[in-house]
Design a protein around this ligand. Structure first.
Ligand code: NAG
Ligand code: NAG
Length: 272
């Protein structure tokens, strides 16, 4: 049964069409069904540890490499990272020489483009990290697989060795504006960090582009302590090639730990 819609237009009112009762009832029913469906989807997703969302996400080949592929794991984490925890040696009076950390936005390529393995980032001298690196450009950055909650969503505590992390030590090198590398690095940064375009335009902030010139990479992605990856192995590993997994383990004797001499000796760290 449909009741004819009647509406009274008052002076100054804007006339709104009134849906007949039959249509209204259908709309209410649609809303109720949608609400029930969304609620059950949300519950299902929670119960399955968020894995339902992953089904809908287009990340078919976004799976971490096997834990024995240390160089590849490092390249995988670097390419995925949009930020790192960066440690520098503090130059602030009260904590001079102490390790100090900061969050630094990074990019190793424009989003969706091929990995380069080279981390680019902007710094400003207004910030303590740049001030520290100006005195001593040695730094270590840390990246974890849990940066996008991968471990947490899979029930792995971020401190467990199975929640992969890498520590890259090296030096911050400033890149000169006008070079091809500057163009590449800034485009990569703007692609992943649109805010960076605003940073460099802000008067007096004088952001400058840097890259991390790597000395050594420590990969901790399983029980038994970190594995040290050389820059050569790191640069040679291509995280975009999912099929070439088998070659690298036969090439480098992956069961043998490469511990650099300065980690095995008991020489104290000298502070200048
Ligand atoms: C780099 O140089 C270009 C061209 O001279 C200029 O437009 C841009 O603002 C410079 N970038 C920075 C961060 O100074
Ligand atoms: C890293 O720094 C060393 C020493 O300053 C230099 O010889 C080398 O070319 C740099 N590497 C890159 C990739 O810029």
């Amino acid at each position: 049964m449909t009741i004819p819609a009647v509406s009274y237009k008052q002076f100054g009112d804007i006339q709104r069409p009134v849906a007949p009762v039959g249509t209204k009832r259908w709309i209410v029913l649609y809303i109720m069904i949608t609400a029930v469906l969304l609620t059950s989807l949300a519950c299902w997703n929670n119960l399955s540890g968020g894995s339902l969302i992953e089904i809908f996400r287009d990340d078919g080949d976004d799976v971490p490499p096997p834990h024995t592929q240390y160089a590849k794991m490092a390249r995988y984490l670097v390419h995925k990272a949009e930020w790192v925890s960066m440690g520098s040696l503090s130059t602030v009076d009260a904590i001079k020489g102490f390790p100090m950390v900061n969050i630094i936005s990074v990019a190793d390529s424009a989003r969706g483009e091929k990995s380069t393995g080279v981390l680019y980032f902007y710094l400003t001298m207004l910030d303590y990290t740049a001030q520290d690196l100006h005195k001593d450009n040695r730094l270590t950055v840390m990246l974890t697989l849990d940066q996008d909650k991968y471990c947490t969503n899979n029930g792995i505590d971020p401190m467990e060795p199975t929640c992969a992390r890498i520590m890259i030590s090296g030096r911050a090198d400033k890149i000169i504006n006008g070079t091809d590398e500057y163009a590449f690095g800034s485009r990569a940064m703007f692609s992943r960090h649109p805010a960076a375009e605003k940073w460099i335009k802000t008067d007096g902030h004088n952001f400058f582009l840097c890259k991390l010139n790597i000395t050594q990479i420590a990969v901790l992605d399983f029980y038994g302590g970190p594995h040290y990856v050389t820059v050569e192995d790191y640069m040679a590993a291509d995280p975009d090639k999912q099929l070439a997994v088998a070659d690298d383990s036969s090439k480098s004797n992956s069961n043998e730990r490469q511990i650099p001499p300065r980690f095995s000796s008991s020489t104290p760290i000298t502070v200048e």
